[in-house]
Design a protein around this ligand. Structure first.
Ligand code: BES
Ligand code: MN
Ligand code: ZN
Length: 500
């Protein structure tokens, strides 16, 4: 969607969006327009119960006394409670309320009485929220809807300080670009987005924004001793890949010998379960079992796009988990790059087999300040937290608390679950150093995290189990149904707040 900013002008044609706060006065444009319409807006508000509450909307069609098609009154809530984040949400609400259009849409972003935010901040954040909500994935639709109205694809936002709004939106739009990149990757079907194709897209798209992209194929990974990751792709006709992405935005004086921060993603391009085959129902969901890798990729795009002043080395393990004559069998024993051996008792617990080699590789090669991994790792996390929060596991309280706090602020929420020796010992087995599943049926997300912890050494580490939040079956304020890109905005802000 095209977003443009200009200085204030009176509403004249098409759809006018005006802002209202709760309990306070309406915005200047809303009040002036209401007077011109002889009180039609206030009367409509009274008749419909519109009070300017947060994310409340009211549409007045073809009001007499003007040539406007529609007036959309957008509630921002109580002035003292308006934050950049609440305005982002209002932007998403606005986009959804506008729906399809026949003419131009102009948003009148005025200062709100008794709010700390300036008109330009409101304008930029409304544009950001609308952009996030406007995502569609329709490249495989060959027929367009037969409708005189079209989906909103351009938004003119007018406000005092339009230049400042433009600058501030320029920054936010880089984050939105990262979110879009992730959503595109997650939405692609697995016949199109197999490991090599995924790697090539990273090379093409991220190189453009200044990320150094290195692709390792099976030959290189075998040399490194990544027997665990490689075992997952044994049954697939597609070659497994590992992609390392490096962004160094530090000033030259600090560039040398800087310890990077690091993000690692599970990229199972399709997870059939392997020989421990999954049931048919909903197996199609497993096209988004590369969601962790998708988030890491979008995060790199956002950080490089906004030229973050930090050093980041990220990596994704890209594989396809299929059954065939070469596939790993339950009971097989493999050797990970760390030297630890793994008895694979369930080939459907494959994500940890991929991550353990990538974590070890990044940890030993780059000695990062910390590692955060993201993975659609367990169905059990959906049992525990549903589709509302991601599970967080950590060996470092400060990292855990920081990520949790950002989540509360921007609305990508996480909840910490425990780690401990009592769970860890459940991975012990007679035949090898560990097995890839726990013994019982309980605490499946925790044993998965325990497995990963065996490969991170003393490096501060957070594991985010995003199985419940990577795909949404319903529209929410900022996320149309489909791939959510949960984690991109969370970790972008986490980096911005603490690393630059
Ligand atoms: N990719 C799945 C987890 C998953 C399930 C993600 C549902 C998204 C939605 C993972 O590879 C898996 O199959 N995990 C198993 C682990 C079990 C075999 C220990 C699970 O959760 O059942
Ligand atoms: Mn699986
Ligand atoms: Zn999986």
């Amino acid at each position: 969607m095209k977003i443009s900013f200009a200085n204030p002008a009176a509403p004249t044609k098409g759809t006018a969006v005006v802002l209202c706060s709760e309990g306070g006065k309406w915005s200047k444009t809303a009040a002036t327009l209401d007077a011109k319409l002889k009180g039609a807006l206030k009367r409509a508000a009274k008749a419909s119960g519109f009070e300017g509450k947060k994310n409340q909307t009211m549409i007045v069609l073809a009001p007499g006394g003007s040539s406007l098609d529609r007036v959309l009154c957008l509630g921002l809530g109580k002035p003292a409670e308006i934050t950049p984040e609440s305005v982002v949400e209002a932007g998403g609400t606005m986009f959804a309320a506008i729906g399809t259009v026949a003419g131009p849409v102009t948003v009148h972003a005025d200062d709100i009485d008794k709010s700390n935010l300036k008109a330009a901040d409101i304008a930029a954040n409304l544009g950001y929220g609308a952009t996030l909500r406007s995502y569609v994935f329709e490249k495989y639709k060959t027929k367009k809807a037969d409708d005189k109205k079209t989906p909103l694809d351009a938004l003119a936002i007018v406000c005092d300080g339009a230049a400042a709004a433009r600058t501030s939106f320029g920054h936010l739009s880089k984050i939105a670009d990262g979110v879009k990149f992730t959503r595109d990757l997650v939405s692609e079907p697995a016949n199109v987005l197999y490991p090599k194709e995924f790697a090539q897209r990273l090379k093409k798209d991220l190189t453009k924004v200044g990320v150094k992209v290195t692709i390792l194929g099976e030959k290189e990974m075998r040399k490194l001793g990544m027997g665990s990751l490689l075992s997952v792709g044994n049954g697939s006709s597609h070659e497994s890949q590992m992609v390392v992405m490096e962004w160094n935005g530090l000033p030259a004086s600090k560039k040398k010998n800087s310890k990077p921060i690091s993000f690692i993603g599970k990229g199972v391009c399709f997870d059939t379960g392997g020989i421990s085959l999954k049931p048919a129902a909903s197996m199609e969901d497993m096209k988004w079992d590369m969601g962790g890798a998708g988030v890491v990729s979008g995060l790199m795009k956002a950080l490089a796009g906004r030229k973050a002043k930090c050093h980041v080395v990220s990596a994704v393990g890209l594989v396809e988990n299929m059954p065939d004559g070469n596939a790993t069998r339950p009971g097989d024993i493999v050797k990970s790059m760390s030297g630890q051996t793994i008895e694979i008792l369930n080939t459907d617990a494959e994500g940890r087999l991929v991550l353990c080699d990538v974590l070890h590789y990044v940890n030993t090669k780059y000695k990062p300040d910390f590692m955060v991994d993201l993975a659609t790792l367990t169905g059990a996390i959906i049992v525990a937290l549903g589709n509302e929060r991601a599970g967080l596991f950590a060996n470092d309280d400060k990292l855990a608390e920081r990520i949790h706090a950002v989540g509360e602020t921007i609305g990508e929420r996480v909840w910490r679950l425990p780690l401990g020796e009592e769970y860890n010992k459940d991975l012990n087995t007679d035949a090898a150093d560990m097995k890839n599943i726990g013994s019982g049926r309980g605490a499946g997300s925790i044993t998965a995290a325990q497995f990963l912890q065996r490969f991170v050494g003393d490096t501060p580490w957070v594991h985010l189990d995003i199985a419940g939040v990577t795909w949404s079956k319903k529209d929410t304020t900022l996320v149309p149904r489909g791939g959510t890109a949960f984690g991109v905005r969370l970790l972008e802000r986490f980096v911005a707040d603490h690393y630059g």
